[in-house]
Design a protein around this ligand. Structure first.
Ligand SMILES: NC(=O)c1ccc[n+]([C@@H]2O[C@H](COP(=O)([O-])OP(=O)(O)OC[C@H]3O[C@@H](n4cnc5c(N)ncnc54)[C@H](O)[C@@H]3O)[C@@H](O)[C@H]2O)c1
Ligand SMILES: [Fe+2]
Length: 382
């Protein structure tokens, strides 16, 4: 079977990139933007950085900000109604994964109204039409939702986060401007950065990985490992590096899938509202140990990309341990908790594991994980 790669039509990278939005809107003849962002980003004047550009150019827009972290079906449905009332013809998503994912779901439903219940979009949704054109401006580094064909929505009633995979939702334009990320506090920079590292590592060892995605993922692991500490310290180089590294990871994993770190993290997000990056960061080293014997020599290249020296002289057991240790060290250095003790309650473990097994990311894991395996993985961190 042929491999498939889906990417943005155009992407802009680097400080000041948001200025390119003006020409894009003009050239494409867009009339009115539906701006999707979250209330904190509006409050902290991050959203304004982009709406100021629209104001200066005299472009019309309407703001929709009823979006919470781990966005819900309700956030999508009220967004669909607001879009219809707005008379907008394109979307500008400004935010982290939550704003960008909500924008994708809204844009898909507007053009494919038979999916207005939202739940029916789970998995690979058979939509017929491309979504409303989206210009995606990430403010975290991050989910890379600006270049992925995925979005993740929370079903509050069923306590589940579900992943939707659809080539029709790819943002037409990504604007990856590190200045949009500079206001992130250290803890958020650390957790979203570890989400990006998780994408790169899970994408590199996932079942569908191939040469081209390996290239993206190894480069992403290298750039993220080199720059995450600096980004947490808010250095301009660190911010630039993370903006780029997380995007490159997205170019890869969006096209091949992830694994059970994400499946298990989605369950934690749904039940406890755990921030996505925190959940991934805590789970990643433990799941890497579980997966190690199904990854051939790939942990050698992960360790090398993370800057571990002497990898070529190491035995298989040594380089596998070195890769896991490098992840643990980075996670500790940026202040991520080492376990799930403060998060998971014993009585929820079976439900969490059942959700993780049913998650769309699970089949991509390099090693098949049973319900019992996943229960044991959660327990090992409690
Ligand atoms: N689409 C995908 O491919 C994909 C991949 C991974 C994760 N996700 C999903 O994305 C969501 C997580 O997104 P996220 O980690 O980017 O966080 P987020 O969008 O949930 O934002 C978290 C918090 O950080 C704040 N914030 C964001 N940027 C900021 C900035 N520059 N300055 C100050 N505060 C800022 C927000 O206001 C919010 O309160 C989860 O629902 C996750 O499942 C999607
Ligand atoms: Fe993620």
């Amino acid at each position: 079977m042929a491999n498939r790669i889906v990417l943005n039509e155009i992407s802009y990278h680097g400080t000041g990139a948001i200025q390119n939005i003006k020409d894009e809107v003009k050239t494409r003849g867009f009339k009115k933007a539906f701006v999707c962002s979250d209330p904190d980003l509006v409050k902290f004047k991050v959203t304004n950085k982009v709406t100021d550009v629209l104001d200066q150019a005299g472009f019309a827009y309407e703001l929709y900000s009823n979006i919470k972290p781990n966005p819900t079906i309700e956030n999508v449905q009220t967004g669909v109604a607001a879009f219809k009332a707005s008379g907008a013809d394109y979307i500008i998503a400004i935010g982290g994964g939550s704003s960008m994912d909500t924008a994708k779901a809204i844009g898909i439903i507007i053009k494919n109204p038979e999916f207005e219940d939202v739940r029916s979009l789970e998995g690979v949704a058979p939509t017929k039409n491309p979504c409303v054109p989206i210009i995606a401006v990430p403010t975290t580094a991050g989910t890379a939702a600006e270049v992925t064909i995925n979005y993740v929505i929370t079903d509050v009633e069923k306590k589940r986060k579900f992943v939707c995979v659809d080539t029709h939702d790819i943002p037409v334009i990504a604007v990856v401007d590190p200045d949009m990320m500079s206001s992130m506090p250290a803890g958020l920079t650390a957790s979203t950065g570890m989400d990006a590292l998780t994408h790169a590592i899970e994408g590199y060892i996932t079942k569908g990985a191939w040469e081209m995605t390996d290239m993206f993922h190894l480069k992403a692991i290298e750039i993220i490992s080199k720059n995450l500490r600096g980004a947490v310290a808010n250095t301009p180089e660190g911010r630039e590096g993370m903006a780029l590294g997380q995007y490159i990871a997205g170019m890869g994993f969006s096209n091949v899938g992830l694994g059970i770190v994400h499946s298990m993290a989605h369950a934690l997000g749904a039940v406890y509202d755990t921030p996505h990056g925190v959940a991934n960061a805590i789970l990643l080293p433990t799941v890497m140990e579980f997966n190690a014997d199904a990854t051939g020599d790939k942990f050698k290249y992960i360790a090398k990309a993370m800057g571990v020296e002497g990898v070529e002289q190491m035995s298989q057991a040594e380089y596998r341990k070195a890769a896991v240790d490098a992840v643990k060290k980075l996670s500790t250095d940026v202040g991520i908790p080492a376990d799930l003790k403060a998060i998971v309650k014993e009585e929820d473990v079976t439900f969490l594991a059942e959700s993780a097994v049913a998650d769309a990311c699970a089949p991509g894991n390099p090693k098949d994980a049973s319900l019992e395996d996943i229960i044991a993985l959660y327990r090992s961190l409690m």
